[in-house]
Design a protein around this ligand. Sequence first.
Ligand code: 5AD
Ligand code: SF4
Length: 513
Amino acid sequence: MIHECPGVAICGLGTFRVRPVTFRLVTAKTYAIRTFGCQMNEHDSERIAGLLEADGLVPALDPDAADVVVLNTCCIRENADNKLYGTLGHLKTAKEQRPGLEIIVSGCLAQNDREELQRRAGHVDVILGTHNVHRAVELLHQSRETGPVLEIWDEALEEAESFPSALAVRREIDYSAWVSIQIGCDNTCTYCIVPAVRGRELSRPFGELVSEVQRLAADGVHEITLLGQNVNSYGRDLTLARREAVDAGSEDALIAGSQWAADDSRRIRPLFADLLTAVSAVEGIERVRFTSPHPKDLRPETIIAMAENDAVCNHLHLPLQSGSDSILTAMHRGYTAERYLEKLAAARAGIEDLAVSTDIIVGFPGESEDDFERTLAVAAEAEFDLAYTFIFSPRDGTVAATYADRFVDPDVVSARFKQLHTVTERSALAKHRARIGRVEEVVVEGVSRRNDQMLSSRTRQNKLLHFASATALRPGTRASVLVTDAGAHYLAGELVEVLAAPRHRTRIPVSAG
Ligand code: 5AD
Ligand code: SF4
C-alpha cells in the first residue's frame, strides 16, 4: 500500500475511512464506505464518495450510524468473501433496527458473486459491478422506487465512464492522487481472477490523462500514482483515431493529445514511457509513482524514462510470483526466472538508488520442493526491499482452481511460507539498514499511528520513515530527514530541515443541503 489513511475509525463493521466534518446541516444524510481491496478499489471508493457527496450526502463521523453504507469488494484478496458476508451479517441486524439504512455492494467480488450475493443478502439495496461504479447514485435512487437493484456490466460500455478518474473524485489525501490509466487486463495468469472481472485492457487517452494531471497539479497535488493492472502495456490499444476521438472531449485534453499527435518523430501509439515523461513534465508534480508493471513488458524505454525524469520515484514494484520456470509456465507468466533477474539487473543498472518490491505466491498447484527452493534462491538473489507474499488460493473462475489434483498440502505450504518470509525479511532489513546515515527527502503523511509524538513520511523509494518534529508539519510537507535507525518495514530518523510546505488549500468542509 502506498498511502496510509489519516482518518480511520474502527466500529462493529470493521475499519472505515472517515473524514472529519466540522459543520453540517442536521438534515444531511451520511455515508460510510468500506474498501476491501487493492488501490484500484480504493480509487473506485473515492469516486463513489464523490458521487454520493454530489448527491448531498456527507461522510459519517460514526460509520455505525451512517444512512448509506457502501461495501466496495475485491476478490483478489484471500478470504474477501468471508469478510464480506460477515460484514453483511452485522448490517442485517443494523437494518432491522434502522430500516432506513441503505446498503450498496460494489466491486469485483460483487461482480463475480452476484447470484450468491442476491440469494444470501436480500437486505442489500444495490449490487453493482466494476464497470458501472459511476451509476451508484442513480441505482440507489432506483432502489428506493423498485426495491433491490442489481446492475453489472460485463464489459465497459462507454470508455470515458469506465475509468475511476474520469468523474468527480473525493480524494482521501489532498496532496496526492491516483490516476487510473488503464482498466482490465489482457494477460491470462492462471491463478488470477482479474481478467474475468475487470475485462479486456483499455487505455485511457493520452491527452486526457495529461490534462487530468495538469488539473490535479493546479489543485495543489504534487504526487500522483498511475494505476493499471499492467501499466507497461499502456497505449497498446490506443490508435491515433481512437485517441483523437476521445481526446476531443475537452479543450485541455485536445491540446495535450494533439501536441503528441503533431510530433512526427513519435510512434503511432504512445508507450508507457511517453506517459511517464509527459506527466513528469507537468508543473507542480514532484513525485510520480506507478503500479504495477508486468516483468515481461518492462521495456528499456520505461527504465530510461524512470532514470531521466526526476519526478519519477526510484521505486519499482515488479511481481516475481515464482522462481521456478515450470511454475512460471503453469502460471502463464511469460518469463523465466533468468529473464526476470535480467530485467531487474537492467532496471537497477539504469536507475540510481532503485528500491524494488515484489509479489510472490507460495503453493501454486504442483509446486514441488525443488520449485520452492528455486523461489527461495531467486528471492535471495533479487534482494528485494519489500515482498508481499501470498498463499495460493483457488479463485472460482480461474484455470488454476481446476488443478485440484495438484493442490499442495496446506501444512507444507505454510512451512514454505514461513521460510520465504525469513528470506524476504532478511533482505528487507539489510536494505533498510544500509540507509542509516543517509539524508532522505520525504513527504509527510501525518502523525504516526503508533506514536503520536512522531510523524510518518515516505521517502522517494516509498519507504516509511518516522521522525520526531518539534513543530507539527502538515501532510504534504516536504522535508529532509537523517536516517538513524531501521527495521524490516520502516526507517526512523531526525528532521534536518523543512523543504517546502504543501501547496494545496486545506479544505473547509461544507455541508450539503
Ligand atoms: N492466490 C494467491 N495469490 C494471488 N494473487 C493473485 N491471485 C492470487 C491467488 N489466486 C496475488 C499475486 C498478485 C497479487 C496482487 O495477489 O501475487 O500479484
Ligand atoms: Fe492478473 Fe496477470 Fe493481469 Fe496481473 S497481469 S492482473 S496477475 S492476469
